[in-house]
Ligand binder design. Structure first.
Ligand code: BGC
Length: 454
């Protein structure tokens, strides 16, 4: 990796800040570099990190169910994941990026489809691979925060009915047991399942009904094509429309996975990570409270029962209209609508709201395992990071125990159905050479981490 790309100095940060100011973007204030001296101090030992997921960065996840979905016709992906960021080979470059930003924690996922490529067949070499990566993180002073399942499952699992299969919780627990027995000793924090309720939440939200109506039809067709390609009766991935049918198994899988990880190492903080849209009222009579309950209530119960913490992942605030009022439909997923983005970035309080809500409902410590901004204009990210962290600090001040903040994402990556176009990274990745290059927002984040204050 080009070392120059990962080096900053104060001047770089100030120049970036000045550029943002000069741009005079409406509604944006000066980044932390030029603001008054930092006053909000974070707790000692606060985890400062960034997040990624295996399928989105490793590349060539050929045993995964989504790889099958990408290669059938018709399919629902904007482009192929291919080599992704080639992090499978370039993890040392990723660690160099983490060090340049000054992270003390990194959240990533171990890939079930690599560890158990066929049902009941576990790869020791692959477990060793992740063990080496975890050891290298430790060596760099970075705490590994490990997600056991982040959207992509093995293709054999999907062909056996995925999360609609009654055996699925036990299959997941067996994988957690095998992986945890070998890896748990050096892991800092474990997450069982990433956002098992995101599909439910988005299908409950009135503004996204039309979007999912269309998408679900296409998903039915694509999943049927995948079943044909695999020669199986069915093929069920996390993107399958029947998220309601999958939910009981996902809940049982979390509980059994949690138990398996804790059996391997009882003192390892373990929990599930949830996608929390900040539902707020659009006007009087808004049923936002009921919607919240429907979207989150049952999962919060499970997460609190089997969890040392709750992972909160917030990207947006959505206002829910009351009777008689109609708000525009949700823009195309995920965040490509510019006008909507303008709205979103003015709402860094969304994270504070969800953090406080989840803590109030569960009494559990909160870990912000994802939060970030999709934008090709990094000046917005420079603005957003200090703003959202001020809000998070207010939640801490208000009494919420917060274990840490993992920015999504460390590097630009494969954004699922949308392909590589959406950019969330603190660093960019050249699509031909895979060279990582820090963005100015990484300097803003680094300054906050160094001060442990914003
Ligand atoms: C997911 C990530 C995704 C991010 C941005 C989260 O819902 O966990 O995998 O890339 O949002 O869309």
């Amino acid at each position: 990796m080009d070392d120059r790309n990962t080096r900053f100095d104060r001047r770089t940060a100030l120049t970036a800040a000045a550029t943002a100011l000069a741009a005079g973007t409406v509604g944006l204030t000066a980044p932390a570099a030029l603001a008054a001296p930092a006053v909000r101090r974070f707790p000692k030992g606060f985890r400062w990190g960034a997040s990624t997921a295996g399928y989105q960065i490793e590349g060539n996840s050929v045993n995964a169910d989504l790889w099958v979905m990408e290669h059938v016709k018709p399919q629902t992906f904007a482009e192929l994941s291919g080599d992704a960021d080639d992090s499978y080979h370039r993890w040392r470059e990723d660690i160099a990026v983490m060090k340049a930003i000054g992270l003390n924690a990194y959240r990533f996922s171990i890939e079930w489809s690599r560890i158990e490529p066929e049902r009941g067949e576990f790869s020791q070499a692959q477990l060793d691979y992740y063990r080496r990566f975890i050891a290298a993180l430790r060596e760099a002073g970075i705490e590994p925060v490990v997600t056991f399942y982040h959207v992509a499952a093995p293709r054999w699992f999907a062909a056996a009915g995925g999360w609609l299969n009654p055996e699925s919780p036990d299959l997941f627990a067996r994988y957690c047991d095998r992986a945890a027995r070998q890896l748990a000793a050096e892991i800092g924090v474990a997450c069982t399942i990433n956002e098992p309720q995101v599909g439910l939440t988005y299908r409950i939200m009135p503004q996204s009904q039309a979007y999912f109506g269309k998408l679900d039809e296409a998903q039915q067709v694509a999943h049927a094509a995948a079943a044909r390609a695999m020669g199986s009766d069915r093929f069920v991935t996390m993107n399958h429309p029947d998220i309601k049918g999958m939910t009981p198994q996902l809940m049982a899988a979390h509980e059994k996975g949690f138990a398996a990880i804790k059996a391997a190492r009882g003192d390892l903080p373990t929990g599930v990570t949830l996608n929390l849209v900040d539902f707020q009222p659009a006007n009087e009579g808004s049923p936002y409270g009921e919607l919240r309950k429907a979207a989150y209530g049952p999962w919060l119960e499970v997460a609190a029962r089997a969890g040392d913490f709750i992972g909160v992942q917030t990207y947006r605030q959505v206002r829910i209209p009351g009777a008689g009022a109609k708000l525009p439909d949700f823009p195309d997923m995920p965040y490509v609508d510019r006008a909507h983005l303008e709205e979103l970035i003015k709402q860094p309080e969304a994270l504070r709201n969800t953090v406080e809500y989840v803590h109030k409902e569960t009494g559990k410590p909160i870990f912000v395992t994802e939060n970030g901004l999709e934008t090709p204009d990094d000046r917005r990210r420079e603005w957003y990071i200090p703003q959202v962290l001020k809000q998070l600090h207010d939640a801490i001040d208000a009494g919420v125990p917060v274990m840490g903040y993992m920015h999504w994402s460390l590097i630009d990556n494969f954004e699922w159905l949308q392909g590589f176009k959406p950019q969330f990274g603190l660093a960019s990745v050249d699509r031909k050479t895979f060279a990582r290059k820090l963005k100015p927002s990484a300097a803003v984040y680094r300054q906050i981490i160094r001060a442990n204050a914003v």
